[in-house]
Design a protein around this ligand. Structure first.
Ligand code: ADE
Length: 243
């Protein structure tokens, strides 16, 4: 997949795109990253990219011209799914990330300032939010999106199942606790069941831990989780009341 990001701060992406799993995926040729400085496309003498809002009000508005010119230059290389990071967008979910992971090319616009000139929306296919809070710009959300989508692309993660087995994919439950060596760390012991090699017992324990963790941290997820009769009975023993 080719990923282009339109931003006022291309330098913010350097570390994230070229380190760790994303860096390795790029080396393997699975992903390619291209950042574009919107300011370089401003036809204004001072290379401004923002201006006052018509109608007044606090805060500056990102101008249409540099974004249109930047987007047109980037799309000259071929069509793409065009995404705007904005808190007013559709909230990112694993299903949405999986859908995007099937595209050949994403072009992501990281907005800045109090808002964008509304005419920019005509360049956009999807407006995406990473959650109900407002950040200072769309750069961090763009990085979150790229990281999240990449994990669903075959070959990006070491092990093919990893993206499936985690929180939010595990039948809609949060992940169970994990341990590694040593079995005794400063007197804190790994649960005995994990040490005895009985896989039926281990799977039962893990399922129950996932259920308890979800009940405690995200009871809302239980409404949509794929639960068996045994799961529900176990949850009810632990104080769960089905809606
Ligand atoms: N820009 C600012 N806040 C954002 C958010 N929560 N999601 C996406 N883009 C944003």
């Amino acid at each position: 997949m080719r990923i282009d990001v339109l931003t006022l701060f291309p330098e913010m992406f350097e570390g994230v795109f070229h380190t760790s799993m994303l860096g390795r995926a790029e080396e393997k040729g699975i992903l390619s990253f291209h950042t574009h400085d919107i300011r370089a496309y401003s036809d204004n003498k001072h290379h401004n990219t923002d201006d006052y809002a018509f109608g007044g009000g606090a805060g500056m508005v990102m101008m249409a011209q540099p974004v249109f010119d930047c987007m047109e230059a980037v799309l000259a290389g071929g069509s793409a799914r065009r995404i705007l990071m904005t808190p007013r967008g559709r909230t990112l979910s694993p299903e949405y990330a999986m859908e995007l992971s099937k595209e050949d090319r994403l072009v992501i616009l990281a907005g800045h300032y109090e808002g964008l000139d509304e005419r920019i929306s005509e360049l956009i296919d999807d407006e995406i939010s990473i959650g109900d809070y407002v950040l200072t710009g769309g750069e961090l959300p763009a990085m979150v999106l790229v990281d999240c989508v990449s994990r669903f692309i075959p070959g990006v993660l070491g092990c093919a199942e990893s993206a499936e087995d985690e929180s939010f994919s595990n039948d809609g439950l949060l992940e169970y606790p994990q341990y590694t060596r040593p079995a005794d760390f400063r007197g804190r012991l790994v649960p005995e069941v994990l040490l005895n090699g009985n896989h039926a017992e281990i799977n039962k324990w893990r399922r129950r831990q996932s259920l308890l963790k979800t009940l405690k941290m995200r009871p809302d997820l239980l409404e949509k989780a794929a639960l068996t009769k045994q799961d529900i009975a176990f949850l009810e023993e632990n104080g769960y009341e089905k809606q």
